[in-house]
Design a protein around this ligand. Structure first.
Ligand SMILES: O=P(O)(O)OC[C@H]1O[C@H](O)[C@H](O)[C@@H](O)[C@@H]1O
Length: 330
């Protein structure tokens, strides 16, 4: 019997290299003290975290994993105290501009996930996005007798931009009026090396001088003592230049004419239980807001206010607020 020649089996195809698991764009988990939080991850590596407590963004990291927002190491993360840092939502009252508690009550209520959000025209195709909703409880209605639906969308853009869109609808039978702010705490290397552009020559109300009105003089704004000002009729773009970090934050906003600039400096820092004595050196609040012009909604009407944050390397030329120039250098 002649042995047939058997062809060797074809080489088995080389298995493809194990692909890195794609990060889940939206993850629901527990944060500090077991509070519910949502983590957003964009495929290039940037991320954000949002607590249901306050509907508050507490982290925004670029694709190198660097934290871009300030949250105090002394922050308490326990109701009823609002989380100190990130992006607290001030609603229905900014600061003490009214009879409610400081900055209203939205920042210390537990929000819900909005599983059926009304569509929002957006040019972002981001999957790293979450919709939250806050409706007043019976107790809230005793404090502020107006029923409303507050929808907040937090989204990370493909380039790592952080976008917050607030929609407030009057679901009551009578009109109501409110003030609002995204109380954004930026992380900076050293406050004395930081400059804000876009607010020079504008009028502001000085919270340190009985809300008196002044006009900003000179060039870009720099910091060497406590500041607490509400700039009025501000442009839609504001930049924070951090020389040491070689980083520029660009704030783009819509529906929010005012911008609060706040740094407590040393004495006030020491007086705050949930803020480290020296932490004022590493933070700056620039807060897109609507304060001087209050917002009134008739029954069924909706208001929208949006802030979009980018962090770009500072190949940034002073005075050039064109974002294309910011991104491409000058
Ligand atoms: O301590 P909070 O209630 O969070 O307020 C912190 C700060 O918020 C805003 O920036 C106000 O303009 C300041 O007057 C206030 O001190």
């Amino acid at each position: 019997m002649s042995a047939d020649k058997v062809a060797p089996p074809p080489p088995s195809p080389t298995p493809p290299p194990p692909s890195r698991p794609r990060p889940r764009p939206v993850e629901f988990c527990k944060g500090v003290n077991g509070l519910d939080k949502v983590v957003l991850r964009e495929s290039r590596g940037s991320s954000a975290e949002v607590y249901l407590y306050g509907g508050q963004v507490t982290s925004w990291k670029n694709d190198h994993g660097e934290e871009l927002l300030f949250v105090s190491s002394k922050s308490i993360f326990k109701p009823p105290k609002a989380i100190r840092g990130g992006i607290p939502i001030c609603f229905p009252q900014f600061s003490n501009h009214g009879s409610l508690e400081q900055h209203g009550f939205a920042r210390n209520r537990v929000w819900s996930i909005d599983n059926d959000p009304a569509p929002l025209p957006t040019n972002s195709t981001s999957k790293a996005c979450v919709d939250l909703i806050f409706k007043p409880s019976d107790d809230d209605l005793k404090i502020w007798p107006h029923s409303f639906e507050f929808r907040l969308r937090v989204a990370l853009g493909p380039g790592g931009d952080l976008m917050l869109t607030s929609r407030i609808r009057n679901t009551d039978a009578k009109p109501f009026t409110f003030t609002f702010a995204y109380h954004t705490y930026f992380s900076v290397s050293d406050i004395s090396e930081v400059r804000v552009e876009g607010l020079e020559t504008l009028d502001y109300l000085d919270n340190l001088q009985n809300k008196e009105r002044f006009t900003e003089q000179g060039d870009a704004i720099t910091f060497e003592s406590e500041v607490d000002k509400v700039y009025l009729s501000t442009p839609t773009k504001i930049a924070i230049l951090d020389h040491e970090k070689k980083r520029t934050f660009v704030i783009r906003k819509d529906g929010l004419p005012d911008a609060v600039v706040w740094n407590p400096w040393d004495k006030k820092a020491k007086a705050m239980a949930d803020f480290g004595d020296d932490e004022y050196k590493h933070m700056l609040c620039v807060e897109p807001a609507s304060i001087e012009k209050t917002i009134t909604l008739k029954p069924g009407e909706e208001w929208r206010g949006r802030q979009e944050l980018s962090a770009v390397p500072s190949s940034y030329c002073s005075g050039q607020l064109d974002p294309r120039k910011v991104l491409q250098g000058c």
